[in-house]
Design a protein around this ligand. Structure first.
Ligand code: DX5
Ligand code: ZN
Length: 221
């Protein structure tokens, strides 16, 4: 299993988003995690497709888009046009998950589903066969810099087991409080894509930040 690292732009300097994205790309990041918050599904507001479209011109990285929004169905096309390579939406959002997945897939973009910490793993089971990735939140969505919830590890294992049972292996992404200490815990539980915001962007040297996180994660394989 290959570990992939997706720096969360939410912890970047918003006045220099293009340069921050390029710096993470040059430092060896595998993709860029773009957190979209609407002030409704989660309390905060971040950025939307207009910002993403500008970033698309500044970076050739794969855009890993995490929609923390209500009514995702309405906005899928906007994020496809803005350059998303993968779109994650929340099973708790108000639209029919099957319809959202189908819409994402219809544009040739990878669909992924996410669940909040209080949502049981079983909530995403009906959709596992039709997604390419599940994002297990290890903090309450809405804010960077929170502490990793280790009690979410059984959720990762449950989703991985169910995916194996139905014969549909998928990527498992973890998001929230990931650093050199917690990454091996998540990888040990079965995650292979690590989102990290503050633990990467708050370091002066992005190259060593990514290298050290990758080494810590790989040690758990
Ligand atoms: C939280 C976001 C995360 C956040 C992670 O709602 O989905 O992607 O930026 O930040 P850290 O790594 O600082 O916990
Ligand atoms: Zn995220």
């Amino acid at each position: 299993m290959e570990i992939r690292i997706s720096p969360s732009l939410l912890s970047a300097d918003f006045a220099r988003l293009g340069a921050e994205a390029q710096a993470m790309e040059n430092a060896g990041a595998d993709m860029l995690h773009i957190d979209v918050m609407d002030g409704h599904f989660v309390p905060n507001i971040s950025y939307g497709p207009v910002v993403m479209r500008s970033l698309r011109k500044a970076s050739s990285m794969f855009f890993d888009t995490h929609l923390m929004i209500s009514e995702p169905l309405r906005y899928i096309e906007d994020y496809v046009k803005a350059g998303a390579g993968l779109i994650t939406f929340h099973v708790e959002s108000d639209d029919d998950p099957a319809a959202v997945i189908e819409k994402i897939r219809s544009f040739g973009v990878h669909p992924a589903i996410s669940l909040k910490p209080k949502t049981p793993a079983e909530a995403v089971f009906p959709y596992l066969a039709s997604v390419d990735m599940v994002l297990v939140m290890t903090v309450e969505p809405g804010l960077g810099g929170q502490s990793f919830m280790e009690d979410m590890m059984p959720q990762i294992a449950a989703i991985k087991n169910e995916a194996a049972r139905i014969g549909h292996p998928l990527d498992i992404q973890v998001d929230g409080g990931i650093d050199e200490r917690t990454a091996p815990i998540a990888v040990g539980a079965g995650a292979n894509i690590l989102v990290a915001g503050s633990s990467l962007f708050h370091q002066a040297d992005y190259v060593s930040a990514i290298r050290n996180l990758r080494m810590a994660a790989q040690a758990a394989l």
